[in-house]
Design a protein around this ligand. Sequence first.
Ligand code: HSE
Length: 305
Amino acid sequence: MIKIKVPATSANLGPGYDSFGLALNLFNIYEFSQKKDDQFNISIKDSNNKIVNFKKEDNLILKTLLTMKEYYPDQIETKGLKIKVDLNYPLDRGLGSSANAIIGTLCGINEIFNLELNNKKILDLALQIEGHPDNIVPALLGGFTISQVEKRQLNYEKFPVSKKINILLFIPNLEIKTKNARKIIGTKIDINAASQNIANASLVTAGFIKNDLDLIKKGSKDYIHQKKRLSLNNKLNMFFNEISKMIEIPFFLSGSGSTIIFLSKKDFTEKEEILKMKAKDLGIVNYLIETQVNNQGIIINKVGD
Ligand code: HSE
């Protein structure tokens, strides 16, 4: 049996829309096994051990498997294949659950059928399914990542992140579908917004490389997507604007939301109190997760024979 842990990821990190990604020490777990019976089965459970049912067309594990089968029809045998998934964080909260499912499946099928796909091939296939690269690259490789797609070619760079940086996730009880959150951005941006984002994204990159949260904070403002996305939910918008006046550490809408990710070298006790108070004031139901950056990326283990 192949057991795979795939890290949750936070994309964009403010100005790095569709490019920046950060892997977190929070994992969904996948098990792939091939049994003698003819049954093909995918079973997915959430963190409360409840079965999660997806419509066939929304099941990214199935979609990824079928895409792979088109490329490797003779090597992949679905008869007897069992895929078991334990989700440890919620879907549609901007924590890269789609990329997680795609990368987990690509790597699991690669291992169990000995396809010998290298990281480049895995990422190319993942990009074909996911459409944008910012979550798939850190899900596979870990760290802070910069991804770019030029002429359909994926280019990326990974930087390990200091263990001194702690992460706090504010996860509201609010699902945001990435598809809708992408539509709202539109297709045109202002030239000043573009130049501000270029400058800010450069500062955020420098901040991660130099382990300097002040630099990340200086570059944390985004002029392309965050404001429009926050406008999708009045309470979340108010929450984000109000905490911006009260909290001095860098924070961003994670991916397309609704999670907000905070970075600090200190502990979060004081900040958590502020967030809880503000969330309560605005009637936002949420929970908090403290974690760290994951620099290792995917973890693959062979269990038993
Ligand atoms: N960069 C993507 C977005 C990440 O913000 O829409 C979400 O998958």
